[in-house]
Design a protein around this ligand. Structure first.
Ligand SMILES: NC(=O)c1ccc[n+]([C@@H]2O[C@H](COP(=O)([O-])OP(=O)(O)OC[C@H]3O[C@@H](n4cnc5c(N)ncnc54)[C@H](O)[C@@H]3O)[C@@H](O)[C@H]2O)c1
Length: 485
């Protein structure tokens, strides 16, 4: 599948990274000579974070290319995403150049934050074809995308767009009808307006406002939205009690409601200087990386609970095929090391070697038939022993590839040897594991079902032609002097 990205700023580059890392070929058109640099910057951020959400290997990345003309970018594309500046005249010119070259059936979408689809469709020769696909920054990590059409947009167009976005790990929210600002920006703007007033009135600084969000409802909102949160706020009596208790206070003049403070020089200067002080010397790049690391940690935590964005990743991951190349040793994991995996020594902490090895073992057994259904039916593997050897340092941002050799498999016992390869191909670690097949009801070892046993034994037989790996079977040596030992 080919994707054309028209406009490669914060949002266009984020889209490009999301599609590329999910295996789509992406062709970018942006007249700015800065576009390739910006693209590489965003792609580097995405490579360092998106794969860290997953416990399975993402598809092989697609091919990134840059077009000199809109025609070259759009021709043959299955998805065209316009992410140019928010100016109607500019979008009009772009659509006139894009439309004649759109492939039949291609999805044609705008990232606009504010124009209604019907406004944009007036700029097009075939109304109803263009939809709004409104994402959130960073597009490569945040799953929400609002899909909005006008009254003339066929439902099937929105459905097809939603299907494709689901396949790249997003959470499409299809709006029933168009509204100004869609849902997300209406909410964000209400909060934004209020924060501007508080700074203008000298009630609070930018840092105090951000603190109020970070330590309270910011945390709550990632796992429970406005309505469910307030439902719980009503205690056992629920939402009705909450509305009765706090409803009347809505009429109190707490807020400036729809008034917007004038963004005059004085207010801009106040916000900018307070925001600079709050950044405390951190560059945009540093702040982006810190944001991404925290988002990965949050989404992974939500993934364990199957909640919100974590549920989206989990569902996407379940559909990722166990990918193989033609190498004899299985590719069982590919992970980019996120900042949260490194320790005070500046390299990957040992706990995460075991985490990656555990995912690699799961990928191996799943490929042999130990699927979620197989486990739900009452059988699985338990790890009986593991031995890790740390051979070379791995650092934040390094992509580790794990290749797995089955040393032995017979009945309930399987002996596995994972090799962790650094980006330059060096052997960075080995993790040797013995797994036992168990009956989950009795918690006792038992033989796997025949198709699983056969698949594991087939792999062991195929790998038997390889030399026994150096280090296999090692234990920690007795380090005491000979005379003591
Ligand atoms: N920034 C956000 O948080 C955000 C979120 C959601 C949606 N959006 C929407 O996404 C769109 C892009 O916003 P952004 O924040 O990425 O802006 P941006 O300024 O970061 O990027 C715009 C890009 O468009 C390029 N461009 C200018 N003229 C062009 C042309 N004729 N053809 C192709 N490219 C051209 C620019 O060189 C630039 O790289 C807007 O419609 C905006 O409303 C932005």
């Amino acid at each position: 599948m080919k994707v054309a990205i028209i406009g490669c700023g914060v949002i266009g580059a984020g889209w490009a990274a999301r599609f590329l890392l999910n295996g789509f070929d992406v062709c970018v058109f942006d007249p700015s000579p800065e576009a390739p640099r910006r693209m590489q910057h965003v792609l580097a951020n995405a490579q360092a974070s998106l794969p860290a959400l997953y416990d399975r290997v993402l598809p092989l990345p697609g091919k990134l290319s840059y077009a000199n003309t809109i025609v070259d970018a759009v021709t043959g594309a299955d998805w065209v995403q316009e992410s140019a500046p928010e100016r109607l005249e500019l979008k009009r010119d772009l659509y006139a150049s894009i439309e004649p070259h759109l492939k039949a059936g291609a999805v044609f979408a705008s990232s606009t934050s504010g124009f209604r689809p019907s406004e944009l469709q007036k700029l097009c020769s075939i109304p109803g074809r263009l939809i709004v696909a409104h994402p959130f920054n960073p597009v490569y990590l945040l799953p929400l995308v609002e899909i909005v059409g006008s009254d003339t947009t066929p439902a099937a167009t929105k459905t097809r767009a939603a299907e494709i976005l689901t396949s790249v790990g997003m959470h499409p929210l299809v709006l029933d009808r168009e509204i100004d600002g869609f849902i997300g920006n209406r909410l964000q703007e209400a909060v934004w307006r209020e924060t501007l007033w508080m700074v203008k009135d000298g009630i609070a600084t930018t840092a105090q406002i951000d603190e109020a969000i970070l330590y309270s409802f910011g945390l709550r909102w990632a796992q429970m939205g406005q309505f469910d949160s307030f439902r719980l706020g009503g205690g056992e009596a629920g939402i009705r009690h909450f509305l009765a208790q706090f409803g009347p206070s809505l009429a109190e003049p707490l807020t400036h409601l729809m008034d917007v403070p004038e963004l005059d020089e004085a207010l801009i200067e106040r916000i900018a200087s307070q925001s600079d002080a709050q950044a405390n010397g951190r560059s945009i790049r540093q702040m982006e990386q810190a944001r991404d690391a925290s988002l990965v940690a949050l989404i992974r935590a939500l993934k364990a609970e199957r909640v919100g964005a974590g549920g989206t990743v989990r569902a996407h991951e379940a559909g990722l095929a166990f990918r193989q190349d033609d190498e004899l040793l299985l590719l069982t994991a590919r992970r980019v090391i996120p900042p949260t995996w490194t320790d005070a020594n500046g390299h990957m902490n040992e706990a995460h070697y075991l985490e990656v090895a555990s995912n690699a073992t799961d990928a191996l057994t799943e490929s042999c038939g130990v699927t979620a259904e197989y486990i739900a039916a009452g059988r699985s593997h338990f790890t009986a022993e593991s031995h890790i050897r740390y051979l070379a340092e791995l650092h934040q941002g390094d992509e580790i590839t794990v290749r797995t050799q089955v040393l032995f498999s017979s009945g309930k016992k399987t002996h596995i040897f994972h090799r962790f390869l650094a980006p330059d191909g060096r052997l960075a670690a080995t993790v040797e594991v013995m797994i036992l097949h168990v009956d989950l009801a009795t918690r006792a070892v038992c033989p796997p079902l025949p198709h699983v046993a056969a698949a594991l034994e087939r792999l062991a037989a195929a790998h038997a032609v390889l030399p026994r790996p150096e280090g296999a079977g090692n234990a920690i040596r007795d380090l005491r002097p000979k005379e003591v030992a």
